[in-house]
Design a protein around this ligand. Structure first.
Ligand code: PMV
Length: 319
């Protein structure tokens, strides 16, 4: 009747932006990500027949803003007739700031809810259900390098490489804390409806995925760097071309990109990616971690730098 699960955020190298079915939250495009090891969210789900409604506590405080999404995720796992649950969430990193906190949260929630409500789902079913609440959450069910594919009216996640097969580092420059003004879910719908670049984005995604998949399987960092930066900037071009425009960057975001260009010009194998927030994620070989970290700490406007390796998919920590 109670279970706790832990999941790590994932960072997309080939991005998900846009829904083909907004009701079922199915993505318009496939994506490729890396699951992190050092950042995590824990979800504790306790079924309590004495409760009339679900309760959500995030980092020690009642959270009504996220409660509806959490309840609908529990409905997806256990059905609408289920007993109410008390859900307690804890993260060791800033939430709702473009660090994929919802991915980690909903991956952990599905795994914990599955055990607490005794559903005995397999990984594929868990991924599909996590994806209904947050598209990127499906990828946090697996570790290392993960590809999410569209299959008819569902999604499928596959492991391309384990974390140990290519132990890259992700150096995250925090340039602003606090929640974002527009959620990624809302913003991608605005892009779908208004951006003149949206259709071309969707059309080109299969080619970007193919190029990145080969680069991952070959462990070819320069090749992965080139396609990942291209795909990231293309996604932001779609956002900038939306009405109203979705501009998540600040001046420090751009300064970080310049610092990474500078490192690249000195032969450091590193590349950037940016999601629906102002933080910059630099992906590099393990031996370059210190160099990249120092360069980002020294960049004007960077508030904090967090480093993570690559890790495993969501798992139960107690049952
Ligand atoms: O899963 P959502 O709704 O939080 O959207 C994720 C969107 C991006 O982070 C910008 C890209 C991605 O693939 O993770």
């Amino acid at each position: 009747m109670r279970a706790i699960a832990r999941a790590q955020p994932n960072i997309a190298l080939i991005k998900y932006w846009g829904k083909r079915d907004p009701i079922r939250n199915l993505p318009a495009v496939g994506s490729i990500s890396v699951t992190l090891s050092d950042l995590f969210t824990e979800m504790d789900v306790e079924i309590d027949d004495a409760l009339n409604d679900d309760v959500l506590i995030v980092n020690g405080q009642d959270d009504n803003a996220m409660l509806a999404r959490v309840s609908s995720c529990l409905d997806n796992v256990a059905g609408k007739d289920r007993s109410a649950g008390r859900v307690t969430s804890k993260s060791n990193f800033p939430i709702a700031a473009g660090l994929a906190s919802s991915a980690a949260a909903f991956a952990a929630l599905v795994v914990a809810a599955d055990a607490a409500y005794g559903q005995a789902l397999n990984r594929a079913q868990q991924a599909s259900l996590a994806g209904r609440t947050s598209g990127s959450a499906a990828r946090s069910l697996l570790g290392g390098f993960v590809e999410l594919e569209n299959h008819r009216d569902d999604i499928v996640v596959k492991s391309l490489l384990d974390a140990d097969d290519w132990p890259l580092k992700v150096v995250i420059a925090i340039t602003a804390s606090g929640p974002k003004a527009v959620s990624s879910g809302d913003a991608m719908e605005i892009s779908r409806k208004t951006s003149p670049f949206y259709d071309r984005w969707v059309e080109q995604q299969a080619a970007d995925l193919a190029e990145a998949r080969v680069a991952v399987l070959d462990r070819d960092l320069p090749k992965l760097a080139s396609i990942a930066e291209h795909n990231c900037l293309k996604m932001h071009s779609v956002m900038w071309g939306s009405r109203p425009p979705m501009i998540y960057w600040n001046s420090a975001t751009i300064a970080c990109m310049q610092s990474i260009r500078e490192l690249q010009s000195h032969g450091v194998a590193v590349f950037f990616t940016i999601d629906a927030g102002p933080q910059v994620k630099a992906i590099c070989a393990a031996e370059d971690e210190q160099t990249v970290r120092q360069a980002l700490i020294a960049t004007t406007g960077v508030v904090e730098v967090i480093v993570s390796g690559l890790g495993e998919g969501a798992k139960l920590v107690t049952a």
